[in-house]
Design a protein around this ligand. Structure first.
Ligand code: 4AD
Ligand code: MG
Length: 473
């Protein structure tokens, strides 16, 4: 056996070829046995030239660790610098260093693409602050922190899909272009063609109706939940929130699920909690070194907390209880807590702290605060809907969900009062043709990453952040 992963198969396939076997850095580092004639391609993370020996570290994004290359100083060239792209061929041997399993003894080093280190904004062996590398969205993926983040992001994405597929959900591609405003908050980006039309009316009617970038796939998922019972979607979502806050983006990714034949918020909360715990468990076990980097350098307080959190049930409080807790708080808030008012970030933070710095579900929000689709609890005098938000330490709201109003008369009268009856005829149809109790939720993927990794600013957990006054690249 040559190595732990695909390298063995790769070697077998190429055994009769004269060309050395190409290994990813991760495969080379994980190899169980030495090998002759190995080829590694990547970018130079460090160069150290000594009298007798030349040391390089090569990284190709397959792992946080770089592969050490040991070479004769005669192989050194002027353009073999930090940041350059190289192909190294040689022997894979056991490394004498405790920290590394294998190293590559170079026979040839080919500089595929040189790097002008004087103008390259990343510097060798420097731990650049996240704010600094944010200025270079085209280069920051070559930095350790962003590299780790993007591997974790990829693993978490795969795990989200597996979670739903394993539990019998059908994945739906909900549209990005839509004519509805699901949340009714008016945070829509309207779509227009870029063609210069003489007739501006024609220009704004490419689809015959005003069209927008989606703020949520929920309503389309509700359509599908009327045929498949369990559906999910996971895609880009757009909100024209004029906010520079550390938890808002104009383009973010949302995981959304919709469940039919569901009569209690408890069922929805169970899926949220299971999703959160399953994906986090997978990330912790599949990307331990990448996660460790965040918990060591970015958010030391987070170390060990996630493992603890995974062992306990999330807490549940009602909105009314939350307001009482806030009213009795020994501190004053900028926004005075009052029944009927939205929970502000400062309130969410306090509630999470008050509950012991663990994830907390807040259920049953005031009827007047929430969108038209939420199910009326028919209570009073404090009238509520069956809504649920999941609040988490450091981030605040991570998920938002609800039971949906499946009763035709209730939905008709609510839409009527909002003047939305015509626009939502198709939605009313769903309540006429085999309506069932159902509900679902959406989880902000970037906020999820922020929470598990302890990253303060949401712009650092997405490859190319878009927010008001900024759309680089
Ligand atoms: O609470 P929201 O608005 O819920 C919905 O859109 C529902 N229609 C989802 C559903 O039931 N299918 O958004 C869901 C989550 C929020 O809890 C938050 O984590 C995230 O999406 N989110 C944002 N993340 C980053 N930037 C923004 N501007 C966000 N707005 C919402
Ligand atoms: Mg919400």
């Amino acid at each position: 056996m040559l190595c732990a992963r695909g390298g063995w198969r790769a070697l077998r396939r190429c055994a009769s070829l004269p060309r050395a076997v190409r290994l990813r850095v991760r495969e080379a580092l994980g190899a169980r046995e030495p090998a002759e004639a190995v080829r590694v391609q990547g970018w130079v993370r460090s160069v150290r030239s000594q009298k007798e020996v030349l040391f390089l570290h090569i990284n190709d994004g397959s792992s946080l660790e770089s592969l050490q290359v040991v070479a004769d100083p005669s192989l050194e060239k002027r353009d073999l610098t930090f940041g350059s792209a190289v192909e190294v061929q040689g022997k894979l041997v056991k490394s004498p260093h405790k920290m590394q399993n294998m190293e590559l003894q170079a026979e040839t080093i080919h500089v595929v693409g040189p790097c002008d280190i004087w103008s390259f904004p990343l510097k060798m062996r420097e731990r650049h602050p996240l704010e600094y590398v944010r200025q270079f969205p085209h280069l920051r993926c070559r930095n350790n922190t962003l590299g780790a983040l993007l591997r974790i992001r990829s693993e978490a994405t795969a795990s989200i899909h597996s979670f739903f597929q394993d539990n019998g959900y059908v994945h739906i591609h909900t549209p990005i272009i839509t004519s509805n405003d699901c949340e009714g908050a008016g945070e829509l980006f309207q779509i227009e063609t870029s063609r210069e039309e003489e007739d501006s009316v024609e220009k704004s009617h490419f689809f015959n109706v005003p069209a927008f970038l989606t703020v949520s796939g929920q309503l389309h998922l509700e359509v599908m939940a009327g045929a498949f019972t369990h559906v999910f979607t996971f895609g880009p979502t757009f909100r024209a929130e004029n906010s520079q806050s550390r938890r808002h983006l104009a383009e973010f990714y949302m995981v959304e699920a919709e469940l039919s034949f569901t009569e209690s918020l408890q069922d929805i909360m169970q899926v949220m909690e299971d999703l959160f715990k399953t994906v986090t468990g997978t990330v912790l076990s599949k990307c331990p070194r990448d996660v460790e980097l965040f918990h060591k350098y970015i958010a030391p307080a987070q170390k060990g907390r996630l493992e603890q959190m995974l062992k306990h049930k999330f807490m549940i409080i009602s909105y009314s209880e939350a307001v009482e807790i806030l009213k009795q708080a020994p501190q004053t808030f900028t926004f005075k807590p009052e029944w009927g008012c939205d929970l502000q970030t400062e309130h969410e933070k306090y509630l999470v702290k008050h509950c012991g710095d663990v994830p907390v579900f807040v259920v049953n929000y005031p009827y007047d605060l929430k969108p038209f689709y939420m199910r009326d609890n028919e209570d009073g005098p404090q009238h509520t809907v069956a809504a649920v938000d999941l609040l988490v330490p450091g981030v605040g709201e991570l998920c938002g969900g609800s039971l949906r109003e499946e009763r035709l008369p209730f939905l008709e009268s609510r839409l009527e009062r909002l003047g939305l009856t015509d626009a939502y005829q198709w939605y009313l149809d769903l309540r006429k043709f085999g309506s069932v109790p159902h509900g679902g939720f959406g989880m902000g993927f970037e906020r999820y990453l922020q929470y598990i990794l302890g990253v303060d600013n949401i712009k650092d957990v997405i490859p190319f952040p878009r927010f008001s006054h900024s759309c680089l690249l």
